[in-house]
Design a protein around this ligand. Structure first.
Ligand code: NZQ
Ligand code: ZN
Length: 388
């Protein structure tokens, strides 16, 4: 196991009927609030009205950025940062899924950044100040509610880049599973695939001696496999939604990723699919993951892939390569059972004309060609896209 620091100080307020605590949390930072939300789901669910009533009663002065897109755009970040600067915002309240929270983090940093905000993203690390951030999560997926990362899209340059730093960690996050009852089947499946992928990305790493991280990841992966189908069939099942929500946060807050030396593989490839075709992140990951696993199956990786099959999907097969292949098939079948379209043409990517450029960017924007579970060169990435 490698050395690491684990300091995740987000004040988590988990459970139903806790929104009444919002004023007390916001008051720790001040009265001037920038409320950030997406395309309107929080208005349809009635959440917007409840939050506004609470803030009105609390004497908050509220400014708004609305219409944050899935795969949030740099232009929205610029708009929010302007408001923060002009209105002297004390705290940002992000209400939504990962896109809203990521956009809010970038706004929080942008408020202190002098210069072009896309350049801020392109630096990938952000060590400056940020406006304090409080989140109310409405979709279990990214873990952004309890981590330092943000992913922003520039459609003009066809780039989608992750960046982040210590000041982006939310000060507090409200995790109320009932707020996810209205999430569509498609987004529930996509979110669950994203949680699963975060666990897999951390798990498939060659660092020896990481029993804690791997054991926790296996338990969380089994939790997702068990609860996502329940939430899909019965969207208001509280415990299924609660388990997915807590798994979302724990999958990407450093718990299973710290102490590992490698880098992620499928996310860099997926971010290019989203950058070029604006597809749903979790769906892109589900399509790529089984093909990536097949591509990297070799003598060095077979034992970990077989362990995954046995511990996560209960495969009972003693020959490692057979077990590994059975695990890959089980994962594919599980995504199909969740209703996920499992080929690129099904999500509107009909031809391979951009594969070379996307593969070059995936390699350029990450370390997959050096410290991936198995190093992936541009040709490997193209082959994986083609297999999809
Ligand atoms: O915009 P609204 O109207 O709110 O609708 C959203 C959106 O259309 C809807 N939704 C959210 N909560 C809902 C709801 N609909 C009904 N009821 C609710 N309670 O769901 C749609 C998707 O929302 P989005 O926020 O885009 O989804 P997600 O949470 O999956 O976030 C995806 C973004 O996060 C990035 C992805 O790349 C993508 O840009 N990621 C962020 C990470 C991080 N910060 O750590 C890591 C991830 O790997 C990922 O890259
Ligand atoms: Zn992800």
């Amino acid at each position: 196991m490698e050395n690491f620091t684990f300091n995740v100080s987000t004040d988590i307020r988990f459970g139903k009927d806790r929104l009444g605590e919002l004023p007390e949390v916001l008051n720790q930072f001040g009265k001037r609030v920038l409320l950030v939300y997406g395309g309107g789901s929080i208005k349809r669910s009635g959440l917007y009205g409840k939050i506004m009533d609470l803030m009105k009663e609390n004497g908050n002065e509220v400014f708004e950025v609305s219409g944050v897109d899935p795969n949030p755009r740099i232009e929205t970040v610029e708009q929010g940062a302007e408001i923060c600067k002009a209105e002297d915002i004390d705290v940002i309240l992000a209400v939504g899924g990962g896109s809203v929270i990521d956009c809010s983090k970038a706004i929080a940093g942008g408020a202190f950044y002098e210069g072009d905000l896309w350049e801020m993203v392109e630096k990938r690390g952000y060590m400056g100040d940020a406006v304090p951030l409080v989140t109310i999560l409405t979709l279990a997926a990214t873990g952004s509610e309890m981590n330092r990362g943000s992913v922003i899209t520039n459609l003009k340059t066809k780039q989608k880049l992750g960046f982040g730093g210590p000041s982006f960690l939310p000060k507090a996050s409200f995790l109320d599973p009932t707020l996810t009852f209205t999430v569509s089947e498609y987004q529930t499946a996509a979110g669950s695939a994203d949680i699963f992928s975060h666990l897999m990305e951390n798990y498939f790493d060659l660092t020896p001696g990481t029993d804690v991280q791997d054991g926790v990841a296996e338990g969380l992966m089994r939790t997702v496999i068990q609860n996502a189908p329940i939430a899909l069939k019965d969207p208001e099942n509280y415990d299924a939604r609660a388990n997915l929500m807590w798994a979302s946060s724990l999958a990407l807050n450093g718990l299973t990723g710290s102490g590992k030396a490698g880098t992620w593989s499928t996310h860099p490839m997926e971010h290019e699919l989203s950058a070029f075709y604006d597809i749903t992140h979790g769906i892109g990951l589900a399509i790529l993951t089984p093909r990536w696993m097949e591509h990297v199956l070799n003598d060095e990786t077979v034992d970990k892939l077989a362990r995954f099959a046995r511990e996560v999907f209960h495969v009972q097969e003693s020959v490692p390569e057979m077990a590994a292949r059975m695990g890959i098939q089980k994962l594919y079948d599980y995504f199909v059972a969740c209703g996920i379209p499992m080929t690129l043409p099904e999500v509107g990517i009909e031809d391979d004309s951009a594969f070379e450029e996307m593969a070059a960017q995936a390699v350029a924007h990450s370390k997959i060609d050096t410290i991936g579970f198995q190093p992936l060169k541009k040709e490997d990435v193209v082959a994986i896209y083609e297999a999809c």
